[in-house]
Design a protein around this ligand. Sequence first.
Ligand SMILES: [Zn+2]
Length: 219
Amino acid sequence: MNANESDDLIACHECDALFHKRALPRRTSAKCPRCGSLLYRSISSNLDKISAMTLAALFTFLIAQGFPIVELEANGLTSETTLIGAILALWNEQMEIMAVLVFCSTILFPLCELVALLYVLLPLRSGYVPPGFNAILRGIQLVRPWGMIEVFMLGVLVTLVKMVSIARVIPEAALFAFGALTLMFAVVVSFDPRALWDIAARLGPRGSKRVTTTARQKS
Ligand SMILES: [Zn+2]
C-alpha cells in the first residue's frame, strides 16, 4: 500500500472496520455498514456553517463578557456585575482557586477555542492551510472538554431562581448573551475537527489551491 492509498482510508471508531473514503454530495454523511455509526460528513457545506457560527459565537462571547449578567435590587440598594467582576470578587474573598477555575472554564478556554477555530477555518475557506495548522487543531481538541459555558449558565439560572425570594432580579444583556452562547457552542462543539484535516490534506501542504488543481489535472 502506498502513501496515497493509506490517506484514503478511514477506520470506524466503533468497530474498527476499514473503508475507502469517497467524496460525498453536500449535506450527506457516510455510515459504517457493519455497526451503523457515523464515519464522516460532507465537509463543504459544514465549513461555511461552522465558520459563520464560530464568528457569531465570538461576537456573542464579547457581549456576554462586556455587559452585566443581572441586576439585583434589595432594600433600595442595587448592584450588578459582569462575569469578570464576579471572578475578581471571588479572588478578593480569598477563593483564588475557584476564581482561576471559573476564569479558565468560562473565559480563557472558550475564547481560545473560538479564536483558534477561526484561525484555521477562515484560511481553509480561502483555499490555503495556515501555519501551525496541526498544532492548533490538537490544541482545540485539548481545550474543548474544559470549556464549560453551559455548566456556568445552569449555575447562574439556579442561583437566580433561589435569589428571587430575597431580591428583585433584573436580567441584563449578558444573561441573554450567555443563553445564546450556550446554544452556539453546542453547534460548534458538534463539529468534528477531523474534517478540517481532510480539507487540509486535499489542499496540500501550505501551498495553494492552484498547485493541487494542476496536480489533479495532470493525473
Ligand atoms: Zn462500525
